[in-house]
Ligand binder design. Structure first.
Ligand code: FE
Length: 368
């Protein structure tokens, strides 16, 4: 694994990336880098025996896993970390791409990799034994690695109830009391797709209209910003992913986030019925993977008990592999029942969900 020293400025980093890119494979255009949002990286041609990973997931999460993999197998790895543009980059690189594996979050981004034809199926008994069928593509073209649930963060002070349903978010009793990020964000699109799967498109349209009417403000900001809004009294409930609770209560760099988190309780919706909506972070094997055998070994490792423990613990997520212990902090949120809906189904309904968000004008917020 190779990383640029943290001390390198972003600007210097980009400059060195350009020169490296041209020196190693002139086929990559400058523009494909300038839009890529790279944070740490090494541009390189495929090196024999080294597994190349393109990762949307951050170094603090991925590096401990790769260190353990190399320790166990002797196989070396290299990573390109970026916030955006990796799927497009693999597609642009085509057959010459050094990418073996893509790591990302959300079924929406995993689906995008498949839609752009940058993945190939994997049929491994080890992986299929470790990852339940609902958390991997039926065709073996994507695999979930960790689970996160999209839950309700409720004000400890102003919300008495300890149970809730997604359906209830459209109840007029919450008028002016709900905060959420854009309805078009991948996290919300997947949640809305799950509503379509369970209740049908018509009921979901009506539900979205009710939810819109209950918003305290126009959808904006990220998940943490919604929790902050509950803390500051702007709304009583917010929609967010589970792991943000862990990230906020342990945030030493921004201790104000501990205060935001302490103002809310985490409610897993639909516990008494189908269970709470879940999404995954995951991986795909690149279509032109130059080191396929080693790449599959890494994929198998990432699904193993040891890796699942590291992966889920570092980011306060749930392991996909059954029987792997949750971290203590995650355990403290209590038992939760996960919706059994296959994520392939959610992938299929994402487009319909996104259209409904536009049709109902959710992102314009509550009408006066
Ligand atoms: Fe997130």
């Amino acid at each position: 694994m190779f990383l640029f020293p943290a001390a390198l400025s972003k600007r210097k980093l980009k400059v060195s990336l350009y020169s490296l890119a041209f020196a190693t494979f002139g086929v990559v255009s400058l523009s494909s880098f300038s839009n890529s949002g790279l944070i740490h990286s090494e541009a390189h041609a495929a090196e024999k025996g080294v597994v190349n990973i393109y990762s949307y997931r951050q170094p603090f999460l991925i590096n401990p896993l790769l260190e353990e993999f190399t320790k166990q197998t002797g196989i070396k790895t290299k990573v390109i970390f970026a916030k955006k543009g990796l799927i497009e980059r693999v597609a642009a690189e085509g057959k010459l791409s050094p990418a073996d594996i893509l790591l990302t979050v959300d079924i929406g981004r995993l689906s995008a990799a498949i839609e752009k034809s940058i993945s190939q199926p994997v049929n491994s008994d080890v992986i299929n034994g470790n990852i339940p069928a609902k958390y991997r593509g039926a065709k073996g073209d994507w695999f979930g690695l960790t689970i996160r649930s999209r839950v309700v963060y409720a004000s400890k002070e102003r919300v008495a109830q300890d149970a809730i349903t997604y359906e209830e978010l459209a109840d007029p009793k919450w008028r002016g009391k709900i905060c959420m990020r854009s309805g078009q964000h991948v996290y919300n699109v997947a949640m809305i797709a799950s509503m379509i799967a369970h209740n049908g498109a018509e009921k979901t349209r009506t539900w979205l209209k009710g939810l819109k009417a209950n918003l305290a403000r126009k959808p904006s900001g990220n998940d943490r910003a919604q929790i902050k809004a509950v803390y500051s009294g702007l709304c009583d409930i917010a929609i967010g992913n589970t792991y943000y609770m862990g990230k906020m209560v342990t945030n030493e760099k921004k201790p104000e986030q501990k205060k935001w988190a302490s103002a809310v309780k985490l409610l897993f919706p639909n516990t008494k019925s189908r269970g709470a909506h879940v999404n995954v972070s995951g991986m795909v094997l690149a279509k032109h993977s130059p080191n396929k055998a080693s790449a599959i070994k890494l994929m198998e490792f990432l699904s193993s008990e040891k890796a699942q423990q590291i992966y889920s613990k570092v980011n306060f997520e749930y392991p996909v592999k059954d029987g792997v212990a949750w971290s203590d902090l995650v355990k403290s949120w209590g038992e939760f029942k996960a919706d059994d809906l296959a994520l392939d189904k959610i992938a299929e309904l994402r487009k319909a969900a996104s259209l409904l968000v536009d049709e109902t004008d959710l992102n314009n917020g509550p009408s006066s």
